[in-house]
Design a protein around this ligand. Structure first.
Ligand SMILES: NC(=O)c1ccc[n+]([C@@H]2O[C@H](COP(=O)([O-])OP(=O)(O)OC[C@H]3O[C@@H](n4cnc5c(N)ncnc54)[C@H](OP(=O)(O)O)[C@@H]3O)[C@@H](O)[C@H]2O)c1
Length: 259
């Protein structure tokens, strides 16, 4: 299967780091113009931008806090003014669990996880669909987690946010199908990104975690990006309302739990 995204424009939230950066770079390599957001790390965004610009296309980086509606409106205005349209929205920005039992979890920490991982997806999807009143075609891909399917203790905030995105995605898929917009989730297992810094820095910890993965290794971001590329492609135009699990079989190991 070959992919060519010449003439397409993708907006990747969190496109400066981890999974989002890998998706943005792959799309760019395949001819797609990219808009990537960063929250705190402008130097990472500039590095992805430089790599994308080397592919000979116009690209854009925008600072955005996806919890904040004004910031998201600014993002979509900047994108529209620069490109006139967005074909693909990839919601990758997110934060990890606060990893605390619910009884010890503060309301502000719980709200922060929900505001980032769920409200952020809601806001970006809303303004993406609004700009599609004119274009009536598009793809929304939400990077969730196997924690949209299976649960772990001390991750109530994260599980609530990711189960929420799964529900939002299915309902939205139904709502926007007539506009020819598809909505799908990709649910990764363990991926070696800054979110999993401990697994990158501590090889013993990583080896312990990898024993629980049937394929015996943690994914690199490109493994998730490959699925995003497929979902953006014409070959995936009939797929909507689904979750594509990319976890090396981790979610099959329910009896061992997924941390
Ligand atoms: N890594 C894994 O094992 C794994 C597994 C399952 C699911 N996921 C999901 O995959 C997605 C990407 O995670 P990753 O592993 O690539 O992590 P990452 O490298 O830490 O990237 C997370 C991105 O989210 C951005 N971000 C955080 N809060 C934000 C906010 N309020 N507004 C805008 N952007 C914000 C960060 O921006 P700054 O860096 O600029 O602050 C960063 O670009 C997340 O939704 C995560 O839940 C990851």
């Amino acid at each position: 299967m070959t992919f060519d995204f010449t003439g397409k424009v993708a907006l990747v939230t969190g496109g400066e780091s981890g999974i989002g950066a890998s998706i943005a770079k792959e799309l760019s390599r395949l001819g797609c113009a990219i808009i990537i957001t960063y929250f705190t790390k402008v130097e990472l965004a500039e590095s992805v931008l430089t790599e994308a610009n080397n592919n000979g296309l116009q690209n854009l980086i925008v600072k955005c806090d996806i919890r904040d509606e004004g910031s998201v409106i600014n993002l979509f205005n900047r994108a529209k003014n620069t490109f006139g349209k967005i074909d693909f929205l990839i919601n990758s920005a997110g934060i990890r669990s606060h990893d605390k039992p619910l009884a010890g979890l503060s309301l502000s920490d719980f709200k922060n996880t929900i505001a980032t991982n769920l409200f952020g997806v809601f806001l970006c999807a809303k303004y993406f669909i609004n700009q599609h009143e004119q274009f009536r075609d598009g793809r929304i891909i939400n990077i969730t987690s196997i924690h949209q399917e299976i649960v772990s203790a001390s991750k109530t905030d994260y599980c609530a946010s990711k189960f929420g995105v799964k529900g939002l995605s299915k309902a939205l898929a139904l709502e926007v199908a007539e506009k020819n917009i598809t909505v799908n989730c990709i649910a990764p297992g363990m991926v070696l990104t800054p979110m999993n810094k401990k697994a990158i820095d501590d090889l013993n910890y990583r080896a312990e975690q990898e024993k629980r993965i049937p394929l015996q290794y943690a994914a690199l971001p490109i493994e998730v990006a490959n699925m995003a590329i497929f979902l953006c492609s014409p070959q995936a135009k009939y797929i909507t309302g689904t979750t594509q699990i990319v976890d090396g079989g981790l979610s099959l190991n329910r009896s061992k739990g997924a941390k």
